[in-house]
Design a binder for this molecule. Sequence first.
Ligand code: ADP
Length: 498
Amino acid sequence: MQNMLSPDLDPHRLARTLAGRHLIDGALVPAASGRTFPVVNPATREQVSEAAFGEAADVGAAVAAAVEAQKGWARLPARERGKLVAECGRRLTDHVEELGRLVALETGKALRTESRVEASVLADAFVFYGGLAGELKGETVPFNPDMLTMTLREPIGVVGAIIPWNVPMMLMALKIAPAMVAGNAVVVKSAEEAPLAVLRACQIMAQVLPPGVLNILSGFGPECGAPLVTHPKVGKITFTGSVETGKIVYKAAAEKLIPVTLELGGKSPMIVMGDADIGRAVGGAVAGMRFTRQGQSCTAASRIFVHSSIHDDFVARLKAKVDAMVMGDPLDERTDIGTIISDGQFEKVKSYIRIGEQLPGAKANTCSAMPADPKLARGLFVQPVIFTGIGNDSRLARAEIFGPVTCIIKFDEFDKVISEANDSEYGLAATIWTRDLRTALDATRRLEAGFVQVNQNLVVQPNLSYGGVKQSGLGKEASLEAMLEHFTHKKTVIINMQ
Ligand code: ADP
């Protein structure tokens, strides 16, 4: 085991230190081609570092290291692996501040409201999964009294994990922690917009893990993600990203007949009944819409159905609350709302706002104030917009915008609102706000979503299965079930004792 890394609280310096590197076989190495691509701070649009440009050769090296390392890793007693993974979590805990600052720098997510929180969740996920190692149990099966029949949970081998930029550390953790505990080795492909904090997190974990068990590559989808999916030695792909790319990944994996977990988009409904605690529901809308993450969340409560009896009051209170949020430098402790991740996403969000403004009857309630600091003048800031006066069939209510844009849709009848909530190609999350138990229970049964909450809007939690239905994806994450179902094979063994 190497010496412990000390946290570096200067994210600019740390970003430069990590420049142009993958982590392969326990070492930080440049791309085989030597190529790099820029890493940009979206709050200033200045380049802060560069990342290694991963291609098939890098994928080949990382997978070869993983194949080799996996053999010994899988032979360790399960709880030994669990202890090492939990130790990764403890080391990451010492780096929460550092990782929070680094992810704030590269993604534009505010440190206090988002980035620091994400870094703690990252650490916690490894501690959580490390403790589940003893649960990798098989079963005995009543088959023939003269034959001992049982199942064994075995690792798949090498897992490819493809992650997005919106919560890169947390989403990486929910994939690689269970994969490693189950005895797999992993090759992660980070998102091109956010390669640094995840690389740093893997570097910290590489001090604890045997070389090659955890590898991470940076690069773009077609050049680096695609060869990872198609590599013959990768036995499982776990992916979080857009529906479009998810389908490409699924098709490529089908050619190899390997299992895939897909966490894709959402257009999550939040239903506020007339009897709801309106203050709590307004708070829930702010949290659920992830305004502090600029709405860049697949579970964002981006369709808020509000009963007509409280509609105007709800809108006024929500607007006041979002207006009070401070947009600014993501690294400033006073900031609630940072920036959009990239020029492309910025243009996309702006174009949806323009579409909304032109919808007949729609009103765009623009909230909060643009930052005054001239250093941030070129930053990718978008003022949150709460649209009212639109229907569930409008483009704004159907498309996943992935920005700080929500629609408030008025309703009168419960049955009708449930069918409107379900009238979406997505089915990731949903919430219902009411004081009536019967209404709450009825809604939880009828809402078509993988994650349904009553009177709250929490994010993904370790121990609770998370994953969508319909176009929102396949498979679950974050739970024991996710580890067993998605990162192991079940082998049936019969021992004839006659
Ligand atoms: P977004 O549009 O939000 O960036 P994507 O679904 O395109 O979402 O990206 C999610 C992840 O998938 C990123 O790491 C990206 O590089 C990767 N990716 C993109 N295209 C492919 C592909 N063809 N094969 C594998 N991975 C890909």
